[in-house]
Write a protein that binds this ligand. Structure first.
Ligand code: BGC
Length: 766
């Protein structure tokens, strides 16, 4: 019988193997394996597998060779990986891209291994594949869940056309620390917004049908608390209490699990002294048992082996034992499982049932992706040519790029710029950069593919535009790559005089300053989060000769730009917006798009205030009674207040809020109503935000928590009544034992355009 299933399975695979043409490709796209009963075939395959083959499914290798070229022999490590691949001891590969490459490797797995089980190909499709969109932090500033979902959908379609089955996104790590370079990859500081955005991204990547050639599996990462790295230093220790874990860190992970995310990635950090990768509580107790997650968990890159320097595993064999027992299903690049797990099972240190469970989880996702129906589903070169870089992707990238821009300040309505008879000076190396706007984590994106701000502004012909660099951000000769440390220009000011002359002659100066695209992302923590290098000096030098400055910031984290806020009349947060960057910025500066973005992360006044976030706890001494006396929670040399609060963002129009009402409904539900008016002169969009404060509870609760938002577009002078709902889900919280509780009592309710909203009322939960 076993043999029969085996033969049927192989026959089934081999007939798919020969089909690579478009007809079959399209036919298969409608053939959803989601509708099949997956458990039965998965169990049947599992029964055919040797222990080593099951462990092989748990092994993931980075792309190690050009599969269209000669077989690796001279490089010992690559030769061993190749042997493993041929023996069916590899279940997945990452960083292999392109239909041709993927097909060549898949062919080995399908045709040369004993069981022909297809590989799953993972890739960091973080904000677009080839058509790079705004970095995740930027797109989160749009608060536009449909646009965010669409961006993920496009990224999935493009990546899938290039052979990719699985993205290592979304990163749903909450972080309150702008020093941490990876804030660019997340949705900011708030668990409620983070959960909504995480779900939108998962839905976009995975679509309705995972087996469609337009969708790929998503991965919620990094489980857990990676965003709480002490002092914002990447990979550093996270030490947080249970309440923060359950109420702040977990919610986005829980939400994406409920939305059906198929994979999770664990994290590099230790959490309360236990490495996340070897953490049974996180992976088995919470995720798999309590939350019922039935997909698989991949380790982070080498994080199994990293348990040795953490001082938790004695050697690689011990690390494999700890990770497998803790529930880490797939080993990314540690080679710990493939080399050690079989012996550990034989020695009784790891139960074979755990191996079965892990292999089954991985096979299940491969089935859902349709890889058993057609392992080459994602490997059609003709289709790849049609899809990758499609015009429609660029149109959507422009749409979300505009929506991601946040107008931080606009004094005297210096913006929007007049379209005619103006002399505009454009200053800053970043204004003429076609690579930096792509940001970090854009591995398949090509250098030089972004529209620069200069190019964007040049399209408006009614004005005279003069460009001067002013100063380099990155020193010439620096190795500008994803992996190398950048050398920031801290000294060269030779371009200042040209910039000053150009500024002197201008009506308006547009200065594009900020971080290079590779100043954020993994391994890019900073202790100073002001304008890097000599840019602050340049800004002040230009300000001396012309105060009519529009500062356009391009960066991947909140910056401390207090001087600019004190002196510069208009400030636009433009992040790293991807390929359509310059077009989006130009359209906002000229008012062809009225900015609607809102900050997903607090901007500090000073790096010393970090961690700074809007949903803090009050302390027992929140206010000074007498300004001379020091015994209250404050700094002697800086305000407690942020520079720009969470949720802040202006428009070229204004909005006013009135008539906030609460209606109590049955079953502890509350309808919140408020009238929002466009009180300005142009049409505009506003993100109406709802915050609550549980005034008294069995645990100290934050001074405010976002619990709802809605975007409204209003013509001038028009008013709309907005309705938002609060239920027990929003009003409750997790106890210190991780139990969700809803406590009766009084809540403050605030509604407005940012987290400092002043319009308030109360509700009583009985
Ligand atoms: C990162 C992950 C990423 C993985 C694969 C790691 O260094 O932490 O987020 O998905 O590499 O590239």
């Amino acid at each position: 019988m076993k043999k029969l299933i085996f033969i049927c399975f192989i026959l089934c695979l081999s007939c798919k193997v020969s089909t690579g043409n478009k007809d079959t490709f399209q036919k298969n796209s409608n053939n959803s394996s989601n509708n099949l009963n997956i458990e039965h075939p998965v169990d049947s395959i599992l029964k055919l597998m040797t222990l080593e083959e099951k462990i092989g499914q748990m092994n993931q290798y980075n792309g190690f060779w050009d599969a269209t070229g000669p077989v690796p022999k001279s490089n010992e490590k690559a030769a061993l990986k190749y042997e493993h691949l041929k023996k069916g001891l590899v279940g997945s590969m990452l960083n292999v891209k392109g239909a041709k490459q993927v097909r060549a490797l898949q062919k080995i797995a399908v045709e040369e291994t004993r069981l022909g089980i297809p590989l799953i190909f993972g890739f960091d499709v973080i904000h677009g594949y080839k058509t790079i969109g705004p970095i995740p932090l930027a797109e989160s500033a749009s608060w536009d869940l449909e646009a965010i979902k669409k961006a993920a959908q496009n990224a999935a379609e493009e990546a899938a056309a290039s052979g990719i089955n699985w993205t290592f996104a979304p990163m749903v790590d909450i972080s309150r620390d702008a020093r941490w370079g990876r804030v660019m990859e997340g949705a900011g500081e708030d668990p409620y917004l983070g959960a909504k955005i995480g779900v939108a991204r998962v839905q976009g990547f995975q679509g309705e049908d995972l087996a469609s050639p337009k969708s790929i599996a998503a991965c919620a990462k990094h489980f857990a608390a990676y965003g709480f790295a002490e002092s914002g230093r990447d990979y550093n220790t996270a030490d947080i209490g249970t309440s923060t874990l359950y109420n702040v860190v977990f919610p986005p992970f829980k939400a994406v699990n409920e939305a059906g995310v198929r994979t999770f990635m664990n994290s590099f950090n230790i959490l309360n002294d236990l490495p996340a990768t070897g953490n049974e509580f996180l992976q088995r107790e919470v995720l798999k048992n309590e939350w019922g997650f039935d997909g698989f968990i991949v380790s982070d890159w080498g994080s199994i082996a990293e348990m040795i320097p953490h001082g938790y595993a004695e050697d690689i064999k011990h690390a494999a034992e700890l990770a497998a027992n803790a529930g880490s299903d797939m080993d990314m690049e540690s080679s710990a499982y493939v080399l050690e797990l079989a012996n550990l099972v034989k020695e009784g240190k790891v139960d074979e049932k755990l191996i079965d469970d892990a292999a089954k989880r991985i096979l299940r996702v491969k089935f859902e992706l349709g890889l058993f129906d057609n392992p080459y589903l994602y490997c059609n070169e003709e289709h790849e040519k049609d899809v990758v870089g499609k015009r429609a992707f660029h149109d959507d990238a422009l749409d979300i790029a505009k929506k991601s821009i946040v107008l931080l300040k606009n004094e005297n309505n210096i913006l929007p710029l007049k379209k005619e008879n103006q002399k505009i000076a454009l200053i800053g190396a970043l204004a003429n950069d076609k690579t930096s706007p792509l940001g970090s984590w854009r591995i398949a994106g090509d250098d030089g593919t972004a529209v620069s701000v200069l190019e964007g502004l040049q399209q408006y012909k009614g004005n005279t535009l003069t460009y001067a660099k002013g100063a380099d951000v990155v020193s010439p000769g620096s190795n500008i790559t994803f992996v190398n440390e950048l050398k920031i220009n801290e000294t060269d000011t030779t371009g200042f005089s040209e910039a000053i002359n150009v500024a002197k002659a201008a009506d308006v100066v547009v200065m594009v300053l900020g971080e290079h695209g590779y100043q954020t992302g993994e391994g890019r923590s900073r202790t100073k989060i002001d304008l890097p290098g000599v840019q602050q000096e340049l800004l002040e030098a230009v300000y001396k000769v012309n105060k009519n400055i529009v500062l356009v910031l391009t960066n991947g984290r909140p910056l401390a730009i207090t001087w600019a806020d004190d002196n510069i009349p208009a400030i636009v947060e433009a992040w790293h917006l991807g390929v359509q960057s310059g077009n989006a910025i130009a359209q906002v500066l000229y008012g062809d798009y009225n900015p609607s973005g809102k900050l997903p992360m607090t901007f500090p006044r000073n790096v010393g205030q970090i961690p700074i976030y809007y949903n803090y706890k009050n302390t027992g001494r929140p206010h000074g009674k007498n300004s001379d006396v020091v015994f209250w929670s404050h700094y002697s040399d800086e305000s407690n207040k942020p520079l720009y609060p969470f949720g802040h963002g202006l428009s070229y129009t204004t909005f006013s809020y009135k008539n906030l009402k609460v209606e109590a409904l049955p079953n502890s539900k509350f309808k919140i109503m408020v009238d929002v008016t466009n009180s300005g002169t142009v049409i505009g969009k506003e993100v109406v935000q709802l915050y609550i404060q549980d005034k008294f509870a069995s645990l100290a609760r934050p001074v405010r928590e976002l619990k709802g938002f809605v975007m409204v577009e209003l013509e001038p002078k028009k008013t709309k009544t907005i309705e938002l709902m609060l239920t027990e889900k929003e009003l409750g919280f997790y106890s210190q034992h991780g139990v969700f509780i809803v406590e009766p009592g009084e809540f403050n309710v605030y509604v407005g355009g940012n987290s400092n909203a002043t319009l308030s009322t109360t509700l009583i939960l009985e």
